[in-house]
Design a protein around this ligand. Structure first.
Ligand code: ADP
Length: 240
């Protein structure tokens, strides 16, 4: 559909761990062709929210949809969620270090009738500016490049929603910019991108919309400039 369609939505999600509300009535939506940033102090519920959106956790209450799928049928089933149009990357890179970049990306490709796997692999490498690395074993590449290989492999599934968990953690400024350029390209192809990231300055300049969590609650949402200058958000960050 056109850019701006809501492709993922959850409402009033509650998730607790032993009495502690990690998420307390949180609602978020993601739209195609948009980068939604999720920020908040340590322990505010960001990772828990990603695990709900990717189907790993089943929240105690809440509703939602991913494309035409009801989250009631996806929660607790990350593999089904992945087959329903959502791909994610993890804080710790999960690639096969002995295999080449090309092989790692190829193995992520969603098989469907008529697909030319060789051609599709080449396109994915080009789109992600990784052609030069095609035949290099992943393990011998710099960290920033491995991160981008992981993103390319997630895109191989042709997701409509891409979740990125701290995609620039541990990177130098150049590598970080490369990842954000990659995310820009992905957005321009109409994917809804959800990013959890600590680098608030980068998120301010980069995201279309921000959601701010604090103690499991959504305390602000909207355009990055407005959100980051709001009293509640400044207080949450200073208090942490
Ligand atoms: P963030 O990603 O923003 O740092 P988390 O989602 O990891 O926050 O954690 C939110 C809260 O839930 C924290 O208080 C954390 O200690 C708690 N929590 C998260 N995961 C678990 C778990 N598996 N078991 C118990 N407590 C958890």
């Amino acid at each position: 559909g056109p850019a701006g369609d809501t492709v993922l939505e959850v409402r009033d999600v509650v998730m607790s761990f032993g009495g502690l509300h990690a998420l307390d009535a949180v609602s978020v939506e993601a739209r195609s062709g948009e980068v939604l940033g999720i920020i908040g102090p340590n322990g505010s519920g960001k990772t828990t929210l990603l695990n709900v959106l990717s189907g790993v956790y089943r929240p105690e209450s809440g509703t939602g949809t991913l494309l035409e799928h009801d989250f009631a049928e996806l929660w607790g089933h990350p593999h089904v969620t992945a087959q329903s149009g959502l791909a994610r990357t993890f804080q710790n890179i999960r690639l096969m270090d002995e295999e080449t970049v090309s092989t790692n990306v190829r193995l992520g490709i969603a098989r469907r009738p008529g697909i030319d796997v060789h051609e599709r692999t080449r396109d994915l490498l080009t789109e992600n500016r990784l052609d030069w690395a095609a035949d290099i074993p992943v393990g011998s590449l710099p960290y920033g490049v491995r991160r981008r290989v992981e993103i390319a492999r997630a895109l191989a599934r042709e997701p409509r929603v891409l979740l990125l968990d701290e995609p620039t953690a541990g990177m130098n400024p150049t590598e970080r910019q490369d990842v954000f350029d990659t995310i820009s390209d992905i957005r321009s192809r109409g994917v809804a991108v959800i990013v959890v990231e600590h680098d608030v300055a980068m998120m301010r300049s980069f995201c279309d919309r921000l959601v701010v969590l604090d103690f499991g609650r959504k305390i602000a949402e909207g355009k990055p400039g407005n959100v980051l200058d709001s009293k509640e958000v400044i207080r949450a960050y200073i208090g942490s």
